[in-house]
Design a protein around this ligand. Structure first.
Ligand SMILES: [Zn+2]
Length: 359
């Protein structure tokens, strides 16, 4: 019997699948970077960013034990078998067909496994977790290859801008000195906005992202005006006044979300516009780009909203919600500088794309 045990995490996989299908050639190096099956029954996997994986389970037939396997795109250079211990018979890393890496965990013949509650969960853009819940405790010793928690932050601190820049090397080119954007980092000062997991504050996150967007746009010859550049409060009417006294082409307000009751399972991104095809187009383009860098996070859509700053500004205006600070998945990402940089690039790309189309 073949049983796919990832059905209940469809969303994570949909988004990821789409990204990979559109960005990686069939034949590439294996997306699997490290794995560790720990003695507490937790399988941790590190992959390339935004990898797609699929997992399967097959009951043994007496001569072969129960098997769990996970397929990744890209090929291994050296297929291999690693001897197991306890109830794990062996672990195989193979190349079942062109362009695919398969990690197989085979249990001993006399072990009966119930995988119904198993599911793979994406922890961030390159780490995955599968809890083998029904295994008896301490029934084997940890086995693995590579480092799951590569000191990514340290590496990234030196190079993260380069990494993100490489991901976005195709930022659209627009005529220089032609466009003016008003960027509006939400909240500020005593109005800290949403407060998320680990105390992450909306005011800080959106200011940092906004400042990065401003820098990126300026590098590309777009003039930028910000409604605030430090942690101060600016009245909504003042934000609108700042925008309306310029002849800005667009107004982009940047926020992060919080759910009522701080529900950790609520995550997602959304972009609002107030009226007009230009506002709608800008919202759609930004929403598309921010979703691309937030795999697994729900698409809450680009839609009409009646927020004060987008309702009262004279130019096409949008309000972007870059994720839920109270959501488990989004908060984990938003607290990382590299993700905030990716979001800044994504918003910038959406804006530049808009100028190309609507300019
Ligand atoms: Zn807000």
């Amino acid at each position: 019997m073949l049983r796919n045990c990832i059905n209940n995490i469809g969303r994570v996989f949909y988004v990821t699948l789409f990204l990979i299908a559109s960005s990686l050639p069939i034949k590439s190096s294996s997306a699997l970077a490290a794995w560790s099956l720990k003695s507490d029954g937790v399988l941790l996997i590190r992959t390339k960013s935004y990898a797609n994986l699929e997992s399967f389970f097959q009951k043994g037939d007496g001569s072969v034990g129960d098997r769990l396997w996970i397929d990744f795109e890209g090929e291994l250079t050296n297929p291999r078998t690693i001897k197991g211990n306890g109830l794990i018979k062996e672990i195989r890393l193979g190349k079942p067909y062109i362009g695919v890496t398969r990690l197989v965990i085979e249990f001993k013949e006399d072990i009966k496994i119930n995988p119904l509650e198993w599911k793979i969960v994406g922890l961030d853009e390159n780490t995955w977790q599968l809890k083998l819940k029904t295994l008896p405790k301490d029934s084997f010793q940890t086995i693995g290859e590579g480092y799951i928690n590569r000191p990514i932050e340290n590496t990234l601190n030196k190079n993260d801008l380069d990494i993100v820049q490489a991901e976005f090397e195709d930022l659209p080119v627009v005529p220089r000195n032609k466009f003016l954007v008003v960027l509006d980092p939400g909240h500020g000062g005593l109005d800290v906005g949403a407060i998320g997991i680990e105390g992450l504050r909306e005011t800080d996150v959106v200011l940092e992202v906004s400042l990065m967007v401003a820098e990126l746009l300026r590098e590309r010859g777009v003039e930028v005006k910000l409604t605030r550049t430090t942690d101060i409060n600016v009245e909504l009417s003042e934000r609108v006044r700042i925008a309306n006294k310029t002849d800005a082409d667009i107004f982009v307000s940047i926020h992060a979300n919080a759910s009522h009751g701080k529900k950790r399972e609520i995550n997602g991104l959304e972009t609002f516009y107030y009226s007009g095809w230009r506002g709608k187009l800008l919202a759609e383009l930004i929403q598309t780009e921010i979703l691309r860098v937030s795999p697994g996070s729900p698409d809450r859509g680009f839609k009409k909203g009646r927020y004060y700053v987008i309702k009262n500004t004279d130019m096409p205006a949008v309000l972007v919600e870059i994720g839920f600070l109270t959501g488990k998945l989004d908060a984990r990402r938003l607290e990382k500088e590299i993700h905030r940089k990716r979001l800044a690039y994504a918003i910038t790309k959406g804006i530049l794309e808009y100028f190309l189309r609507a300019g």
